[in-house]
Design a protein around this ligand. Structure first.
Ligand SMILES: [Zn+2]
Ligand SMILES: [Zn+2]
Length: 343
């Protein structure tokens, strides 16, 4: 394992010119020197299977959508050279009906880093230099820890999921599936005032991480006793499904109380024989959650000011030359939660 520390290097005008030429950069937007990136489940799917759901890789594509770096040059006065920034990987069109409603995550022409959704594909951020819209750059203090700040994107996903559930103050919350996303939902729900956060997973290791992230109780998905939580049509006001598995969804439907809310975060294919009667009879509010909008800025703020400490989830960093080793390690769920690359 090779942990590299990156510091900002002030570049000469000539050097910037050479890089700008290589990238065919016209000077609009911001040129960022990417320093660090987190490996996400979707990167692993692209790497291992060549696709995420129905989005198949049909041409070379740079992976990565969880990246931070520092400004080399920008057309935006607030982004001075060497300012550290978290890069928001979303680039909505700004013109479609969803963008106009400020529901940018539903943009019909979204260009999201490292996504094979459209042809040509949109390159991601696992690269040393990247030109982005200046609006995609969210500055953070230069003394903040980059290995913390790189969690901005996954934390934004979780803040959006929590916002989809409504007010969590004083609520009983259940989270099924505590990989990095489930664990960050724990932290977000705690920060939003949940009274109890109970987590379930098939991995003891993941459950231990959930406890470190603020879970009030954990229960093994297959060997645990859920009967106390089944009383009175279910104990939880809100359930988050973050495993993307039919059994996990069934469990959430069973444990959420009548009139409660179930937020579907985990990605999954078709659910065979969806238990629709439970949904009807208990009048459960079933709501999806996809990416994020303004939550990215909140995530940067919360990581910079310590509201959320994601470091229990940080499993190690590799330099980019060891990307294959890093991706293989990240794919080993028995050992790794969040793996990062340095550039
Ligand atoms: Zn991700
Ligand atoms: Zn749009």
């Amino acid at each position: 394992m090779n942990i590299e520390t990156q510091s900002c290097v002030i570049m000469g005008k000539e050097q910037v010119k050479v890089i700008a030429q290589q990238l065919a950069w016209d000077g609009s937007g911001t040129l960022v020197r990417v320093t660090r990136g987190g490996i996400c489940g979707s990167d692993l799917h692209y790497y291992q299977e060549g696709k995420v759901g129905s989005y198949e890789v049909k041409m070379p594509m740079i992976l990565g959508h969880e990246v931070v770096g520092y400004v080399v040059e920008s057309d935006d006065a607030r982004l001075t050279p060497n300012q550290k920034v978290a890069i928001n990987p979303s680039k909505p069109c700004g013109e479609c009906k969803y963008c106009l409603r400020r529901q940018e995550n539903q943009c019909i022409a979204m260009r999201f880093f490292g996504s094979a959704m459209y042809l040509p594909h949109v390159d991601g951020g696992f690269t040393q230099y990247k030109v982005v819209d200046s609006a995609q750059c969210v500055p953070y203090p230069n003394d903040a820890d980059d290995s913390v700040m790189v969690f901005a994107e996954p934390l934004a996903v979780c803040l959006h999921a929590v916002n989809q559930a409504g007010d969590l103050t004083g609520k009983q919350v259940f989270i099924s599936g505590v990989g990095p996303i489930g664990c960050l939902i724990v932290a977000a729900a705690k920060a939003r005032g949940a009274a109890a956060i109970v987590c379930s997973d098939i991995s003891e290791r993941s459950l231990a991480l959930a406890e470190q992230m603020g879970a009030t109780a954990v229960i093994h998905a297959t060997s645990g006793d859920f009967s106390p939580y089944l009383r009175d049509k279910g104990s939880f006001d809100v359930a988050f499904e973050a495993a993307g598995h039919p059994n996990s969804l069934q469990r959430c439907l069973d444990l959420v109380c009548a009139k409660g809310t179930l937020v579907q975060v985990g990605m999954s294919g078709a659910i065979p024989a969806f238990p629709i009667m439970v949904l009807i009879a208990k009048e459960i509010n079933l709501v999806g959650s996809f990416r994020f909008t303004h939550e990215f800025n909140t995530a940067v703020e919360w990581l910079a000011n310590g509201t959320v400490n994601p470091l229990p989830l940080f499993s190690g960093a590799y330099c980019w030359q060891e990307v294959d080793t890093a991706l293989r390690f990240a794919g080993d769920k028995t050992r790794a939660a969040k793996v990062q690359l340095t550039f």
